[in-house]
Design a protein around this ligand. Structure first.
Ligand SMILES: NC(=O)C1=CN([C@@H]2O[C@H](COP(=O)(O)OP(=O)(O)OC[C@H]3O[C@@H](n4cnc5c(N)ncnc54)[C@H](O)[C@@H]3O)[C@@H](O)[C@H]2O)C=CC1
Ligand SMILES: CCCCCC(=O)/C=C/C=C\C/C=C\C/C=C\CCCC(=O)O
Length: 291
């Protein structure tokens, strides 16, 4: 039986300009809550703000464009370029020294050059993978930390609940999209670990993660319009007709956020049923104290 009152509470929603964020915003506004949403898309955000303000009243909804995304991209790109330049300079110096010392052994030099080229390619690939991972997971972790700081009761806040948007992909394993998969698992684990903090009660904070299966709103249906985008066409094809109606996702979200005790919950939302996931507690020997 839900008992946490959301009427008049403020929901801070990241990525609320479209898709599931927008639908959840509508769902909670319809239940008397207020919404402050951010998005990196300014025009889409303003369009959504107008639409929501028209339906639910301008006092109940606000939008600000989120620039963190671009700042982080720029920092990562600059850092990566500097790193590459340093690596290339070091490599050039090594090559010059090697050429001077063992100029006669041409065959060895050719082998060394090939190895160096392979190392540079590996470094570039690793940097790209790191950038993708950081970009996806950054918004959730940064958002949670900023929200915690604002809401902490022991720092003058009113307390609050933080729901991390994971996915079915945060519970299962998909070889077709390993980076997305890893990020969604990471988001769930970040939320789960945060929920175990013994200080949560004093801070008035609760953490949960939310795991919808492929829904008929947002990025999932857009994947059909952009075939080949992530090379997982066959996977998405199997979902045709099996998508979770967005209304069910919104309802499940409301069920989660209105739980009397939400801390530590992981809610899977499927087409036919929703399930609170119970994670087995493993006996792993010595570890840090856990609650
Ligand atoms: N649509 C689906 O079937 C499912 C989606 N999800 C998850 O739900 C979340 C929302 O997905 P959708 O609504 O489908 O996507 P969407 O692409 O329709 O909406 C996401 C919004 O987030 C914004 N955004 C991206 N990075 C941002 C940042 N750093 N700061 C602020 N806004 C940012 C985008 O501009 C976009 O407007 C994602 O985390 C997705 O992985 C999970 C399960 C199923
Ligand atoms: C397959 C189960 C999916 C469950 C619902 C869900 O999360 C839907 C996601 C839809 C699209 C994924 C969005 C973006 C993927 C972006 C990059 C993938 C990069 C490839 C990779 O290695 O992960």
């Amino acid at each position: 039986m839900p008992s946490y009152e959301i009427r008049d509470k403020v929901f801070f929603i990241t990525g609320g300009a479209q898709g599931l964020g927008k639908e959840i915003a509508k769902g909670v506004l319809a239940r008397g809550s207020k919404v402050f949403f951010v998005d990196i898309l300014k025009d889409k955000g303003e369009e959504t703000l107008q639409e929501l303000a028209h339906i639910f009243g301008p006092k109940n909804v606000a939008f600000v464009q989120d620039h963190y995304h671009y700042i982080i991209i720029i920092i990562i790109i600059i850092t990566s370029i500097l790193l590459l330049i340093i690596i290339i300079i070091i490599i050039i110096i090594i090559i010059i020294i090697i050429i001077i010392i063992i100029i006669i052994i041409i065959i060895i030099i050719i082998i060394i050059i090939i190895i160096i080229i392979i190392i540079i390619i590996i470094i570039i690939i690793i940097i790209i993978i790191i950038i993708i991972n950081i970009m996806i997971i950054f918004a959730v972790i940064q958002g949670s930390q900023v929200a915690s700081l604002h809401m902490r009761k022991d720092k003058g806040g009113k307390g609050g609940r933080i729901i991390a948007m994971s996915s079915q992909a945060g519970l299962d394993y998909y070889y077709q999209m390993p980076v997305y998969n890893a990020c969604k698992h990471g988001i769930r684990v970040y939320s789960k670990a945060s929920s175990r903090n013994p200080a949560n009660e004093a801070m008035g904070l609760e953490f949960a993660s939310f795991h919808p299966d492929g829904s008929d709103a947002g990025i999932f249906p857009r994947m059909y319009e952009a075939p080949g985008l992530i090379g997982a066409d066959a996977l998405f094809e199997t979902y045709r007709g099996e998508l979770v109606p967005v209304e069910s996702v919104v309802e499940a979200f409301i069920d989660l956020v209105t739980l009397e005790k939400m801390n530590g919950a992981d809610l899977y939302v499927g087409k036919n049923k929703n399930t609170f996931i119970e994670f087995q507690k493993l006996e792993l020997g010595n570890s840090f104290p856990q609650k």
